[in-house]
Write a protein that binds this ligand. Structure first.
Ligand SMILES: O=C(O)c1ccc(O)c(O)c1
Ligand SMILES: [Mg+2]
Length: 622
């Protein structure tokens, strides 16, 4: 179906909004009156700009407080409407949205509302304009779609139809049975369809609508179920996004428009209107790639964690550090000095790397060049919204490009290999790095990626739709200097877990942009002791935390004291326990050691405030 977006959904001046919408592939726009009023362009110039960009103006909106008013006031409303119809003629817009009245002068009289809307439609018809009547969820007398439709039906004029807005409908009643009436409306009388999702919240509906709408798939409403009813009705018009959102108002229009278009691509797929390449769900984490100008401290940290430097990239300053199935690439190339230490790329084990990249491309993810240099193995990779590069990997699978082919085993005898095979801390370790010692690390448990403040919802939708991961509920975590939101996306067996976070506020502070790599062990106490014995420093946790743990859970003799001594945090639910501890932070990055009971699906969210406070203690005061 055609796609459209309301200018109110994007930030910037009208021309910036239009450009962003066109670039993201929208077919049309709803011009919001305020955007037009504030524009230095004449209506004719706006019309021409839209035409140049290949955008139709699908709706002009809103017209307010028209119907069910005393006759003299209605006359003034008609005069106001006529002005707007002339404006729309100049603009080349043929449909106007009329919201149900919120005026204290409006009376509760459907017959009067129908009569006056019919008069308005007669006037509009003379200009070749159609009127789409929408029930605002907080309308004074008309607040439901079925009520608005009854009035439109009673008015019975070809230039009068209804506008369905998913927010107003689902915010009032999301029971699937309440939506069945939509399919009963003749499709040609649904003049317009506005789509918006929203997180489920208990708050005043007007505030909810004006500040918290989001794109389909980013909130808690069943937009697909709603859309199925609209399609059943026979609606033929555009799918138009109308999203009032405080974050999107501030964020750059270009990426927001892409996020918006992606939401519609996914929505259309979910109701069977389109069939893009299917998601190829990743089956594991092949590697995490750090870029760092600080090769020594990072190498020392990896070595203390029990990693062995097993290989080096043939063409680039990239080392592979390995332990069990956990692989960390340490890239000290040119980008490192510019960006400091950060997690720049993630290798995801993929059953079909090329298919995964096709899916990503179809959903507007930026596809990265397959080869960085002519010698490199061609790898499929895309950029996530935060810029993290996602490589679709086929590690050790014959017949498919294997990233490990770009690496040569580290050679202990090679005098040009300054770090030596185990890094600067020690001699060659002759044990097999794929066989972790007791208390060793088996694999990457999860990756935690802090998103730019305005891309949290986009990131969750991206990882779900592009990668086919499932999203858990978002959790709020108190940080001493603000609130952190976190939402995990995972595959079904938990072999890929990514915790997406967003920091308290826009800030240049590395701590607020922290990323971490959580490493799985079967024996955290031993792992923590070994790390310490190898010179590693664990994040110290306050004694108060352990007093609280003692109150909440029963521990075996001495266990709590051991946790206290090592800085081990503990959480438990019906699915088992989660034990974890943290290393110090280098640049944006720290490591977590995790011992997860098999059924446990959490990330220690309950402990996060304590961990965050402890990390702040170690950072300079602002
Ligand atoms: O919040 C509002 O006033 C408003 C205006 C126009 C709409 O289409 C809408 O859904 C809400
Ligand atoms: Mg609306």
């Amino acid at each position: 179906m055609r796609t459209s977006i309301a200018t109110v959904s994007l930030s910037g001046a009208l021309t910036e909004k239009l450009t962003a919408a066109a670039r993201a592939g929208f077919d049309g726009v709803e011009v919001f009156e305020n955007d037009l009023l504030a524009s230095p362009l004449t209506p004719e110039e706006i019309r021409a700009r839209c035409a140049d960009l290949g955008l139709s103006i699908d709706l002009y909106q809103p017209m307010r407080d028209i119907e069910a008013v005393p006759p003299d006031e209605f006359q003034r409303n008609l005069r106001r409407a006529e002005h707007k119809f002339r404006l729309m003629e100049r603009l080349g817009a043929d449909t106007v949205l009329v919201c149900s009245s919120v005026s204290p002068h409006a009376v509760d009289d459907d017959a009067l509302a129908a009569f006056q809307l019919r008069r308005l439609a007669e006037l509009a018809d003379g200009f070749g304009i159609r009127v789409a009547y929408e029930a605002l969820a907080w309308g004074r007398h008309v607040s439901t779609y079925d009520h608005a439709w009854r009035i439109v039906e009673a008015a019975d004029h070809p230039a009068l139809g209804t506008c369905l807005d998913s927010f107003h409908i689902l915010a009032r009643d999301s029971d699937p049975r309440a939506l069945e009436g939509i399919a009963e409306i003749p499709g040609e009388k649904i003049f317009f369809l506005q789509l918006a999702d929203a997180p489920l919240m208990a708050m005043d509906v007007l505030q909810w609508s004006r500040h918290h709408r989001c794109f389909p798939g980013q909130g808690g409403f069943d937009i697909a179920g709603f859309l199925r009813q609209v399609i059943k009705a026979g609606y033929q018009g555009p799918l138009s996004l109308e999203v009032f959102n405080d974050v999107f108002r501030q964020a750059e229009a270009g990426p927001t428009a892409v996020d918006a278009q992606r939401s519609l691509l996914v929505l259309q797929e979910s109701v069977g209107l389109t069939a893009p390449p299917a998601p190829v769900v990743p089956t594991g984490v092949a590697f995490a790639e750090l870029v760092s100008p600080d090769v020594e401290p990072v190498s020392e940290l990896l070595a203390a964690l029990g990693f062995t430097r097993t290989a080096r990239h043939r063409g680039k300053p990239v080392d592979l550090w390995q332990q069990g199935e956990a692989r960390v690439l340490l890239n000290t190339g040119p980008g490192a000095r510019r960006d400091g230490t950060q997690l720049a790329a993630v290798g995801l084990e993929s059953p079909d790397p090329a298919g995964a990249a096709k899916r990503a491309e179809a959903l507007l993810a930026p596809v990265l060049p397959r080869r960085r240099t002519p010698e490199d193995v061609p790898l499929d990779a895309v950029a996530a919204p935060d810029g993290t590069e996602l490589f679709f990997c086929a590690t050790g699978r014959p017949g498919l490009p294997d990233w490990t082919s770009d690496f040569d085993p580290a050679d202990p005898a090679d005098p040009t290999d300054p770090a030596g095979p185990t890094g600067p801390t020690g001699p060659a370790d002759t044990t097999d790095p794929t066989e972790p010692a007791p208390g060793g690390i088996h694999r990457i448990d999860h990756l935690a990626l802090t998103q730019p403040w305005h891309q949290f919802d986009e990131a969750a939708l991206f990882h779900r739709s592009v990668l086919g991961l499932g999203a858990l509920e978002s959790v709020d975590v108190a940080d001493p200097y603000g609130l952190l939101r976190s939402r995990a996306v995972t595959n079904a067996d938990g072999s890929v877990r990514i915790a997406l976070g967003v920091g308290p506020a826009p800030s240049a502070d590395d701590g607020d942009r922290a990323q971490h790599i959580a490493l799985a062990t079967d024996d955290l106490v031993t792992a923590a002791r070994r790390f310490r014995a190898a010179g590693g420093r664990l994040l110290a946790i306050p004694a108060n935390y352990y007093d609280d743990l003692a109150a909440r859970y029963e521990f075996a003799d001495g266990e709590l004291e051991t946790f206290r001594a090592l800085g081990i945090l503990y959480d438990r639910d019906a699915d088992g326990a989660f034990r974890h501890c943290y290393t110090e932070t280098i640049g944006r990055v720290f490591f977590e050691l995790v011992q997860r009971d098999p059924g446990h699906r959490g990330y220690g969210a309950r402990n996060a405030p304590v961990r965050l406070a402890a990390q702040h203690v170690r950072r300079p005061v602002r």
